[in-house]
Ligand binder design. Structure first.
Ligand SMILES: Nc1nc2c(c(=O)[nH]1)N=C([C@H](O)[C@@H](O)CO)CN2
Length: 121
């Protein structure tokens, strides 16, 4: 299985369960592994035959700006569904980190895998 990678993508969004978090934006940092077969794109040297990490990164930015979830769990789940629907991604791993949320930790967050890994039944 091949992967397109997006690492340490910083997005700003309204996120949090506490009252003081509802009127500010905070930074989330995302890592994504996106399953695809890169061979057709490589054979033809054609961006149209692969997952465009620039376009996906831009979509994630607009997603973050448009939503105001309480939980990072909800952010992750809804973003995974959006990327699956709009880009036809068969399988992905998404890590959402919220730096600074816990002072003693470098970051806290969630990691999810969604979809069916190509070649695995
Ligand atoms: N599992 C989670 N725990 C907590 C979350 C969360 O989104 N998922 N959020 C908070 C607060 O918003 C916190 O990040 C504020 O610093 C607490 N626990």
């Amino acid at each position: 299985m091949d992967l397109v990678l997006i690492e340490s993508l910083a997005v700003d969004t309204v996120i949090g369960v506490y009252d003081w978090e509802r009127n500010i934006t905070q930074r989330l940092v995302l890592d994504l592994e996106l399953a695809t077969d890169i061979r057709p794109a490589a054979a033809d040297d054609d961006i149209a035959q692969t997952l465009d990490y620039a376009a996906i990164s831009e979509r994630i930015q607009t997603f973050a700006a448009a939503h105001d979830f309480a939980l990072v769990e909800t952010f992750a789940e809804r973003l995974a569904a959006t990327l699956h629907e709009e880009f036809g991604i068969a399988w992905l791993r998404l890590v959402v980190r919220k730096p600074g949320a816990v002072a003693a930790a470098a970051a806290v967050g969630v990691s999810i895998e969604r979809g069916v890994r190509p070649g695995v039944s």
